[in-house]
Design a protein around this ligand. Structure first.
Ligand SMILES: N[C@@H](CCC(=O)N[C@@H](CS)C(=O)NCC(=O)O)C(=O)O
Length: 248
């Protein structure tokens, strides 16, 4: 049983912080944080949680005492920080995944907030569609809702990328906003099918550029694809989605 300590931090012996990231076994909200550690060559302890429904005895293997009990949680020298985007922005500033020019970084934040909105709006429909929906009328109802959300947001995100020259959101440097965008495009196109991105070639090329990065590719592949559970993984395998990885 792992317990998450919230309180005054402890110093590490040589002044280098000690990091622990606590998150579910899936990619989800924790993934851009893992990618930043990898890109920055900063070691961290990757504490993997197994969702209640797939832990054999039904007891999660972690007990957290942080506000809201939500993961991911970053511990730095024993001090806990929650809220994935707060963690992400903190590490991005520390490790250099921002442009360091306020007006430029605001553009990166604008993209991140659009991704967050799209995730929150679509999440429940994606989950219902993948996990629970069996009858065609229900799937059609969910698809209609998803069709109201994705074209709007994907067009918006594509325009944001196109409006800036260079391979990445803020030019030729890969920043935190690129990691957030690529991770969620990756998850969405796995959940809803690769054709989701067909009308948005700039988004698709961007996603492939990021997830194919040598320091991202391998750690991405050891994670469960979904934000839900391994039952979901079985579902993907049964549909043969595993063979169709855009980073391959
Ligand atoms: N706004 C939060 C949302 C965190 C969140 O919803 N985490 C989910 C997992 S993706 C969670 O911990 N849910 C509680 C649970 O599953 O028991 C963030 O960005 O970190």
């Amino acid at each position: 049983m792992v317990s998450c300590y919230v309180g005054p931090g402890t110093s590490s012996s040589y002044g280098h912080p000690t990091y622990r990231l606590i998150h579910y076994v899936s990619r989800g909200l924790g993934e851009p944080i893992r990618w930043m550690f990898s890109l920055a060559d900063v070691p961290f302890e990757d504490v993997v949680l197994w969702p209640r429904d797939i832990v054999p005895d039904g007891v999660p293997n972690v007990q957290c005492s942080t506000p809201l009990n939500l993961v991911p949680i970053l511990e730095e020298n024993g001090r806990a920080l929650t809220q994935s985007f707060a963690i992400g922005r903190y590490l991005a500033k520390k490790f250099g995944f921002i442009a360091n020019i306020p007006a430029v970084d605001a553009k990166g934040d604008q993209l991140i907030e659009a991704v967050k909105d799209c995730r929150l709006l679509s999440r429940v429909f994606i989950k219902d569609k993948i996990l629970w929906s069996t009858d065609e009328a229900e799937v059609a109802r969910i698809d209609a809702r998803l069709d109201e959300i994705f074209p709007l947001y994907l067009k918006l995100m594509e325009n944001m990328l196109k409006n800036y020259p260079g391979d990445y959101m803020l030019g030729n440097l890969m920043t935190y906003s690129d990691l957030v965008l690529a991770n969620w495009l990756d998850i969405w196109q796995i959940c809803l099918g690769p054709e989701l991105l067909t009308p948005y070639p700039t988004l698709r090329e961007h996603m492939i550029r990021v997830i194919s990065h040598p320091k991202i590719k391998d750690i991405r592949l050891i994670r469960a694809r979904s934000m839900f559970s391994f039952d979901y993984e079985k579902y993907f395998r049964s549909k043969g989605i595993e063979a169709d990885d855009p980073a391959e």
